[in-house]
Design a protein around this ligand. Structure first.
Ligand SMILES: Cc1ncc(COP(=O)(O)O)c(C=O)c1O
Length: 425
């Protein structure tokens, strides 16, 4: 999808740095590496509009997809005064237990790791898991490889620790590990950390093939690179053959730092996730987390623990898979119908996202955005997914947040926006 590119830590596609040119305050050197998130900022952007907008931008499950009735009932039971105090940094034992049992029973941890609760640390969402990983392994100037396009909230977190970012292109089989190997051979410098979303990638929706997974692991072992395996969507497969996670292929591997979250299959507003790491690394992560927030939100941990222990997840995840299959099909078919011969779109087997590239390279999706918002549809422009600001003629669509009818409506609006943008420029 692009060539390998390397650069330090700034990008025109990100939010402008809040650091004022007028104030000469004694900021830390990392302050201008805090570039902000176009993805997160879209929530504020959309709040400023008061007409109807079909939201294909943010990667959030729709409110109709949340187990809200279960939560209301369980909240009445577990939101008791003793659960509104500080908790253990590693997480509430009752949640660690319920999570371990759920992961083991649903085949999400390899048999070799089952029974080992000391690998799990409850975090404040997946974002904190990423922060802990980069905090533990990145020193200023270290090289961090990420996919291109990538989930830039992840690469931005690496940049906040003053990493140098290396973008490795992605194709239908995920990260092109050959390009990573070539770059390393050419420069003699291997990345210290590799950040990847191998399954139903954000933003491209693609999944790393088994040979690529094996190749990536071999590379990491050869160079002792840490792999941050960010896996929020893996359980949301709705078609195709399931593939082992990197952590399944290499159980108990200290080089794999697993980041997971409840945001995509339970609810993002709860802000609860977990990491799955070597127990020694977990001890360090506990210390690191104590400099951030002491513990994840205790009532929310009890809510999720009870829901998991009741068996809520199994049936809910099945409902999500069915719904997301329908929504993805609606979006793929709608795109084919409305943009024939004009775009290339990925065809994910799970997760939340489709990646659309216009054949006409002069279409600039950042410039198209105001027209799209006027027409009543939101997406995230391609450059928001590249630290170097590549992919100006691409965009990410989230199919998970809207019903099929609403998806049709949103794509009609996108069609109108593209036509208007073309005729007005
Ligand atoms: C790939 C990826 N990693 C991490 C996250 C962050 O998860 P959370 O909302 O739990 O912090 C997201 C959310 O969009 C994501 O897509």
């Amino acid at each position: 999808m692009s060539t390998t590119s390397m650069h330090p830590a700034t990008s025109s596609s990100q939010n402008p740095s809040p650091s004022s040119q007028n104030l000469s305050l004694p900021y830390a050197s990392r302050h201008d590496k805090l570039i902000g998130s176009v993805i997160d900022a879209s929530t504020t952007l959309l709040a400023a509009y008061d007409h109807d907008i079909v939201k294909f931008g943010m990667g959030a499950p729709a409110p109709d997809m949340l187990p809200a009735k279960d939560f209301a009932r369980i909240a009445g039971e577990v939101f008791s005064p003793e659960n509104f105090t500080y908790g253990e940094t590693k997480g509430e034992p009752i949640l660690i237990e319920a999570l371990h049992d759920y992961l083991a029973s649903s085949g999400q941890i390899p048999p070799e790791q089952q029974g080992n609760r000391d690998r799990l640390l409850i975090t404040s969402g997946g974002m904190q898991g990423l922060d802990l990983g980069f905090k533990l392994f990145v020193s200023p100037g270290d090289l961090v490889a990420c996919e291109s396009p990538t989930y830039t909230n992840g690469s931005a977190t690496a940049m906040s620790y003053e990493a140098e970012i290396l973008e490795i292109p992605v194709d239908e089989d995920g990260m092109q590990v050959d390009a990573l190997e070539e770059h390393t051979a050419r420069t003699g410098r291997a990345p210290k950390v590799i950040y990847t979303v191998p399954t139903f990638q954000n933003p491209a929706g693609v999944t790393m093939s088994l040979p690529r997974r094996e190749q990536l692991l071999a590379f990491a072992h050869r160079h002792r690179s840490v792999i941050i395996e960010d896996n929020p969507y893996g359980m949301l497969r709705f078609s195709g053959e399931s593939l082992p996670a990197l952590s399944d292929l290499s159980p108990n591997d200290p080089l794999i730092f697993g980041v997971r979250t409840f945001s995509k299959f339970v609810a993002p507003g709860l802000r609860v996730g977990w990491i799955d790491v070597d127990p020694e690394i977990r001890e360090l992560a506990v210390n690191a987390k104590q400099t951030m927030d002491s513990c994840a939100a205790v009532p929310n941990q009890h809510l999720i623990a009870r829901w998991l222990a009741e068996g809520g997840a199994d049936s809910h995840v099945e409902v999500l898979r069915q719904a997301y299959r329908e929504r993805k099909v609606a979006m793929s078919e709608g795109l084919q119908r409305l943009f024939p011969g004009e775009i290339r779109a990925t065809d994910p087997d799970g997760g939340f996202f489709l990646w659309v590239t216009f054949d006409d390279e002069t279409i600039n999706t950042e410039e198209l955005m105001p027209t799209a918002l006027e027409e009543g549809v939101a997406y995230i422009p391609g450059p928001a997914f590249s630290p170097a600001g590549n992919f100006s003629n691409a965009l990410r669509l989230c199919f998970a947040s809207a019903t099929p009818d609403r998806i049709d409506d949103g794509l009609d609006r996108l069609r109108r926006a593209v036509d208007r943008y073309r005729s007005e420029r």
